[in-house]
Design a protein around this ligand. Structure first.
Ligand code: PLP
Length: 396
């Protein structure tokens, strides 16, 4: 059997077998509608409420502050549009960053079209924003700041605690997209002063299509989905019971394993960065280092090669990874995140993201360190860009 190494855990993770076992009976055995009043459906209501307790416990939130959604995208849309629509006619000003996920950026752009003002803060070369930048951008009209907890492409962890505390002191709502952070780094919404937080189950070995928006008690936002009285009348539609049960179990397991896993993955991450850095000339790490980077994220640029070509070569060697050059979306523009940290087009186009998970082994990392340098060297030999780059370097 040929070797398979999955290094795209930021895109999605495989459902944990224990999670799968917990959620499966809710498809057929216990299929009742949680809103029905007979005892058969009571099991489903209880399961949904138990999952809510599991999430609340991990985040240190109140049970009443957890609202299930269809995933991270819906949670992000709800936070931004819900807060914005509550403003009514007066509209107002939102602050976010240039490196957010499109679920935030496209929601913000939509709101701009309907009369809201939005500031997209630039980041430094590691992908970081500061509380001082947020403070400077605030105007009397600012009602919401949304800064992601950790970036999905380069893994940079933002100073969200400081930003949350600034927002609290100014009476401005603070939302964080913690989709890539939950299950990987400790999060305490009370202690960190979050008003809203988005998460998504499939990023921490739960099922796809289910997430959460944490809304702190007392925070008023409009609803997005109108219909039945589910989620205390805040989000209509029959609950995705198997998904919610799976999310609850997955967040519990992830939090139990987190300390050990994040230490183990950080070590493998640093081994991979070091190994590739030593074997591949002019390899560049994108994003921050050490504790300011997600334990599972490696993002590197290799000038003179195309990210897409690398993915195909890696795929042929059994390695699944990802790139930030965004040609898959039909655009030739490189990733907005890599451009925001100041990469030139050549480095942005030659970028590769490898994201580890709890099934990643030391052998997997060794295999990538053995395989990738050869692929890059062969591709560079055929690359006019590399040729030009090398002769340019020699002339200097
Ligand atoms: N936000 C971030 C930072 C993400 O990485 C993702 C998914 O890649 C999302 C939001 C969207 O989450 P979902 O796939 O659950 O809609």
């Amino acid at each position: 059997m040929s070797r398979k190494v999955y290094l795209d855990n930021a895109a999605t993770t495989g459902t944990d077998p224990e999670v799968l076992e917990t959620l499966l009976p809710y498809f057929n055995e216990y299929f009742g509608n949680p809103s029905s009043i007979y005892s058969f459906a009571g099991k489903n209501r209880k399961a949904v409420e138990y999952a809510r307790e599991q999430v609340a416990r991990v985040l240190n939130a109140e049970v009443s502050e957890i609202f299930f959604t269809s995933g991270g995208t819906e949670a992000d849309n709800w936070a931004l549009k819900g807060a914005a629509f509550k403003q009514g006619e007066k509209r107002g000003h939102i602050i976010t960053t240039a490196i957010e996920h499109h679920a935030i950026l496209h929601s913000a752009e939509f709101l701009e079209k309907t009369g809201y003002k939005v500031t997209y803060l630039p980041v430094n070369d590691k992908g970081m924003v500061s509380a001082a930048q947020v403070e400077q951008a605030m105007t009397p009209e600012t009602f919401l700041v949304s800064v992601m907890f950790a970036n999905n492409e380069i893994g940079t962890i933002q100073p969200v605690r400081k930003i949350a505390s600034l927002c609290r002191s100014k009476g401005v709502l603070f939302h964080t997209d913690a989709v890539q952070a939950v299950g990987h780094v400790p999060i305490d919404v009370k202690e960190m002063g979050m008003d809203m937080l988005s998460l998504s189950a499939h990023k921490f070995r739960g099922p796809k299509g289910v997430g959460v928006l944490f809304i702190r008690k007392g925070v008023r936002i409009e609803n997005l989905l109108h219909g039945g009285a589910q989620e205390k009348g805040r989000r209509a539609t029959t609950e995705n019971v198997p998904g919610i049960v799976g999310l609850g179990k997955a967040i519990e397991l992830a939090s139990q394993k987190m300390e050990k896993e994040s230490a183990r993955q950080s070590e493998l991450r640093d081994m991979l960065i070091k190994g590739l850095g030593e074997k591949i000339p002019e390899a560049v790490l994108n994003g921050a280092e050490g504790t300011q980077r997600l334990p599972n994220n490696v993002n590197m640029s290799f000038i003179g090669v195309e990210g897409e070509t690398l993915l195909l070569d890696l795929d042929a060697a059994g390695i699944s990874a990802s790139t930030g050059s965004a040609c898959s979306s039909g655009s030739l523009d490189p990733s907005h995140v890599l451009m925001a940290i100041g990469l030139d087009h050549e480095h942005a186009h030659g970028s590769l993201r490898m994201t580890l998970g709890d099934t990643t082994t030391r052998d997997d990392i060794d295999y990538v360190i053995e395989t990738l340098p050869g692929i890059i060297s062969r591709r560079r030999q055929m690359s006019p860009l590399w040729e030009k780059h090398i002769s340019g370097t020699k002339e200097v």
